[in-house]
Design a binder for this molecule. Structure first.
Ligand code: RP5
Length: 181
C-alpha cells in the first residue's frame, strides 16, 4: 500500500557481490554500515552469469535512491568496473581474495579501469570491505551531519581501543603480553 511504502526506509548504499562465495567478506561492509545506521541493501549480481541483471541493477540504482554502490568480486572481477561504467553514482570496488592469486587478479582488474569510467578501489578482502563501507559513509556524511557525528564516534572507539591495547601491553610487559588475551 502507498502509505506503508512511503514509510519504508530506502537503502542509500547498495552492496553487490559477484557470487555467494563473496558473502563472508562483503558482510563486513554491511555490518559497518549497519553500525553507522546507514540504510543498505545486499544483493548477489554476477557480471558473468547474469550480465543483464548486472546492467539492470546499475541502470536503476540511482533512481531507486542508492547514492553509493560497493561492489565486491574475485577473479577477473568485472562487476565493479562494469557497474561503474553504467551508473553515474560513486562505485567502490572490493577485491575478493579467492582461492588462487591472492586477490591480485581482482585488484589489478579494478585498478586498470580506462579513463572515463572511475572506480574507487578500496583493497582486498575484509579490510577492503570495511573501508569501502567507511568511505561510503564519509561520502554520505557530506550531506548528513548526524552521520558525520556517528563516523566521528566510530573513530573515537578505534582510538580508545588502541590506547587500551597499549595500556595492557605496558602493564604486563612485552615478554608476557598475549595479543589474543
Ligand atoms: C567472481 O568469481 C565472484 O565475484 C567470485 O569471487 C568468483 C568465484 O565465484 P564462484 O565460482 O565461487 O561462484 O565472479
Amino acid at each position: 500500500m502507498a502509505a506503508e511504502n512511503s514509510l519504508e526506509i530506502k537503502p542509500q548504499v547498495g552492496i553487490i557481490m559477484g557470487s555467494k562465495s563473496d558473502f563472508e567478506v562483503m558482510k563486513n561492509a554491511a555490518e559497518v554500515l549497519e553500525r553507522l545506521q546507514v540504510p543498505l541493501e545486499v544483493r548477489i549480481v554476477s557480471a558473468h552469469r547474469t550480465p543483464h541483471w548486472m546492467m539492470e541493477y546499475a541502470e536503476e540504482a540511482e533512481a531507486r535512491g542508492i547514492k553509493v554502490v560497493i561492489a565486491g568480486a574475485g577473479g577477473s572481477a568485472h562487476l565493479p568496473g562494469m557497474t561503474a561504467s553504467e551508473t553515474s553514482i560513486p562505485v567502490l570496488g572490493v577485491a575478493i581474495k579467492g582461492s588462487i592469486l591472492d586477490g591480485l587478479d581482482a585488484l589489478y582488474s579494478m585498478v586498470r579501469m580506462p579513463e572515463g569510467a572511475p572506480l574507487a578501489t578500496l583493497g582486498i578482502d575484509v579490510a577492503g570491505a570495511k573501508n569501502a563501507a567507511l568511505f561510503a559513509a564519509r561520502i554520505l556524511s557530506l550531506n548528513d551531519p548526524s552521520l558525520a557525528r556517528r563516523l566521528s564516534g566510530y573513530k573515537d572507539v578505534m582510538r580508545a581501543t588502541v590506547r587500551y591495547d597499549d595500556g595492557r601491553l605496558q602493564e604486563v610487559g612485552w615478554q608476557k603480553y598475549d595479543p589474543k588475551g
